[in-house]
Ligand binder design. Structure first.
Ligand code: ADP
Ligand code: ZN
Ligand code: ZN
Length: 802
């Protein structure tokens, strides 16, 4: 028997399977989809069996046997193997990358050895105990470096530790120990009473524990939450108030308070949408629906009832959300409806936790998966429905190889399973809406808010006027007044600082002019080191002007503020305000999103201040004001989607206000109130924006009228990067037809990352049948030759940002 194996050797220029002989003793065990180890050159590498066959062209003497069988049950289904082949063609990636991305990272290959504690820690020689600390596994390297291999060998002989060399499978052993608070109120109270009064901290913690009896936390979480040192915590552990546990229970942050909900009586609009979905489901047609519903129109309830119907048919459902740790409220709604049938996959889970969830899916213990992008690969075998909520979000596109879009994968899988896909959004991507207009997708529309509330009123504030009237602060008079009123009425508000990426631009504070490229209609990017403005599409550059080219004002300068600065401004203007800040700095800790949102939900703050993170998914009844401090930042990104992103963001944040009985009010501050993306966000009406933006896209030949491909070339040496980007462009010009536009090469908008210089070029085309083949040839040239010179080349078909 011959196994056809895709090997994990990404540097190899040719991407194809290799044949290996299956040793007799494994013939009954191997299946396509199993992981194996195979000899490849001088090494043993990981591979996936993609097919089994009887014959091979490899001559007898040259055929090598599999060296190790890692699974006796396949980790990938036949569907996944087919999907991987499709992704390889679709995204021009290595097949191995496509296979790997479908598996939880705990199952992915890493050739590091790890040492696992199998016996008791205190049986180990002291020097090894130190290395372990409180971990249950450590890298082999650590022991090697410490020169303790002899002790290690001895301990292995004693059966206290084991080496795992196969792959790093953190999935099976929990790396973190947790603390379980005693589940006995009386005893806890006893412990609290026995603590000497001068140990104040201990007393407070002990009393807190009474209220949290039986709860499980990591030691770090406890110390953070209670603001105590480990010494205090250890004292309580010694007294028996909490004990360390090996966290074998499936941890899940969202079930804690899930209250069971029942299906709501649908509005007429919801009912019409649902019925169409159910009809498609019944007739087993792989229809793609675009559910376009304004914020608060009850899209989620439609998802929930469609899922329910799939479950009743004995099928499964996969729900994708843009970034689930940012939207705990969303996953809770699925949990509340379907309870234990739901698995939640999100980036906040450790590798091991993700692996647990994945196993539940694989074993069929759950029927619904809610997760971010990669959950689209959930290994269900009888899917009845795919859902992408907020389908316009760029996080659905993976930025590294394989550069797949979750929407495309969901649609592919829906054809395999003969089931519908729902793409939901208040502000669909232009591509999707255009497809719906052409009836490639079926459009479903919700025009009214589900609970009859009206959309919040939106006021656009011209910050140029504020400056003219002598107000140099970041709050317009109108917004400041609105904040004051909310503070008095004890209502809550969200202040949104629009910040994205590293991009910076130069803006005139008198007239709002941002210098644009003459050729591309894209904002020029400011380069501080050279005091220059550059266009990252076509390479055009000019000096930073000292006065505004439009109005000659001198108030033209670099634009951008951080959340911290805003926070201190708020305290300056409104000393009585209580502010919760949510940005990358305050959310580094696992679970901190939920903590901040929970606190806000409990009314512990008046103002939630944040970046993009707070734009989505919040549903709090007491929010009556949303303030957007600077609408311009995303508008001036050097990206052809800048206007679309801005409109989406403004509509999303505005949608946070007045979702329940209290009416909402929104203030959008801007230096360019006349820009259509801002003007039209006032009405929160998608279609007029769509019409305008489509005209722009047509005029400048961008998607969805044209397809774009982004090619990036990087090297440590700037000249090499430029030279090879040039070579790529010259070569492409020769190969591609006249109708294809090739722009560049130019330095990328973030021109250096991790000491590698980045150059890029953009291909625009409408129809180019040979494009894939030509790009594959370019990639082959790169892999066989350029890579040796330290070049890295990436090809991104349909990039989500540029
Ligand atoms: P969307 O996802 O479209 O922004 P949601 O699903 O969050 O909207 O719904 C907004 C609010 O309306 C939620 O509080 C939800 O519980 C409520 N809601 C949705 N559908 C109904 C309905 N049919 N009857 C009553 N309330 C509803
Ligand atoms: Zn000006
Ligand atoms: Zn340009």
């Amino acid at each position: 028997m011959i196994a056809q194996v895709i090997v994990d050797v990404a540097a190899y220029p040719v991407d194809r399977p290799f044949d290996y002989a299956v040793p007799d003793e494994w013939q009954a065990l191997v299946e396509a989809g199993c992981r194996v180890k195979v000899p490849f050159g001088p090494r043993n590498v990981l591979g996936f069996i993609t097919a089994l066959k009887e014959e091979t062209d490899v001559p007898q003497g040259k055929l090598k046997p599999l060296s190790q069988l890692l699974d006796i049950e396949p980790v990938l289904t036949g569907e996944m193997l087919q999907l991987a082949q499709w992704m390889t063609k679709q995204t021009l990636c290595f097949e191995i990358d496509a296979l790997q991305v479908m598996l939880p990272s705990a199952l992915r290959a890493k050739y590091e050895k790890t040492i696992h504690l199998t016996g008791k820690l205190d049986e180990l020689p002291a020097e090894l105990q130190n290395l372990f600390g409180n971990k249950s596994s450590i890298p082999y390297k650590k022991v090697e470096v410490a020169g303790l291999l002899k002790s290690l060998k001895y301990s292995i002989g004693q059966g206290i530790v084991q080496i795992k060399t196969v792959v790093k499978q953190q999935g099976q052993v929990k790396a973190v120990r947790k603390l379980k608070i005693l589940d006995d109120e009386v005893k806890l109270q006893q412990i609290a009473a026995d603590i000497p009064k001068r140990a104040k901290k201990q007393v407070i913690v002990a009393e807190w524990m009474v209220d949290h009896k039986g709860a499980i936390f990591t030691p770090e979480e406890l110390c953070q939450t209670l603001d105590i040192t480990t010494a205090v915590l250890n004292a309580l552990i010694e007294k028996g108030a909490a004990t360390y546990i090996q966290e074998e229970v499936y941890r899940d942050p969202f079930t804690k308070n899930a209250v069971k909900t029942k299906p709501l009586a649908l509005t007429d609009e919801q009912e019409v949408a649902l019925q169409q979905i159910l009809t498609a489901m019944k007739s087993e047609l792989p229809t793609t629906f675009l559910l376009h519903g304004i914020t608060g129109s009850g899209k989620t309830e439609v998802y929930l009832q469609a899922i329910q119907s799939a479950l009743e048919k004995g099928k499964e459902a996969i729900v994708l959300v843009p970034e689930i740790s940012l939207t705990p409220q969303m996953s809770e709604r699925f949990r509340s409806r379907f309870g234990e049938l739901v698995a939640v996959l999100h980036s906040g889970l450790s590798k091991g936790e993700k692996y647990d969830e994945w196993r539940k899916i694989q074993r069929g213990e759950v029927k619904v998966v809610v997760g971010a992008r990669s959950a689209v690969f959930a290994p269900f075998t009888n899917v009845g429905l795919f859902i992408l909520d907020e389908e316009h979000e760029s996080t659905y596109k993976q930025e590294d190889s394989p550069r797949y879009h979750a929407r495309d994968v969901a649609i592919w899988r829906s054809e395999f399973h003969q089931c519908p896909v729902i793409l939901g959004s208040a502000t669909p991507s232009l591509e999707s809406f255009a497809r719906a207009k052409k009836q490639v997708y079926t459009l479903l529309t919700l025009k009214k808010r589900a609970m009859q509330q009206s959309l919040p009123t939106v006021e656009i504030i011209d910050m140029r006027e504020q400056l003219k009237n002598g107000n140099r602060s970041m709050f317009s008079e109108e917004l400041a007044e609105a904040i004051r009123i909310r503070l008095e009425k004890k209502e809550q508000m969200v202040l949104f600082l629009n910040r994205r990426g590293f991009s910076s631009f130069v803006l005139c504070r008198d007239c709002g002019t941002v210098v644009q490229c003459k050729n591309c209609d894209i904002s020029m990017t400011y380069h501080r080191s050279q005091e220059k403005l550059k266009c990252h599409y076509c390479g055009y550059e000019e000096q930073v002007p000292h006065e505004c080219p439009e109005c000659q004002s001198e108030h033209i300068r670099f634009f951008g503020t951080g959340t911290q600065k805003v926070e201190s401004e708020i305290y300056k203007f409104f000393p009585e305000a209580r502010v919760l800040r949510m940005d990358v700095d305050t959310t580094r800790q696992k679970g901190s999103h939920e903590r901040i949102l929970d606190a806000f939900g409990r009314g512990e703050a008046d103002i939630l201040l944040g970046t993009q993170m707070i734009a989505k998914g919040l549903d709090f009844p007491n929010i009556t004001l949303v303030g957007v401090l600077s609408a311009d930042t995303s508008l001036n990104l050097p990206d052809f989607r800048a206007a679309e992103r801005t409109f989406q963001l403004l509509t999303q944040v505005s949608g946070r206000a007045g979702r329940h009985d209290k009416p909402g009010e929104v203030f959008i501050q801007t230096y360019t109130p006349e820009h259509y993306a801002i003007e039209l966000s006032k009405e929160q009406d998608y279609e007029p924006f769509y019409v305008q933006e489509m005209q722009m896209r047509q005029r400048f030949a961008y998607p969805p009228y044209y397809y774009v491909v982004l090619i990036q070339v990087t090297h440590e040496d700037v000249l090499m990067a430029a030279e090879y980007a040039g070579k790529a462009v010259d070569w492409l010009r020769m190969q591609l037809s006249q109708n294809v536009g090739i722009i560049g090469p130019t330095a990328a908008s973030i021109s250096r990352v991790q000491n590698r210089y980045r150059y890029q070029c953009l291909i625009k085309y409408k129809k180019e049948p040979n494009l894939t083949a030509i790009l594959q040839q370019l990639i082959r040239m790169y892999r066989t030759d350029w890579v040796k010179k330290g070049i890295q080349l990436t090809v991104d078909l349909d990039p989500s940002s540029i």
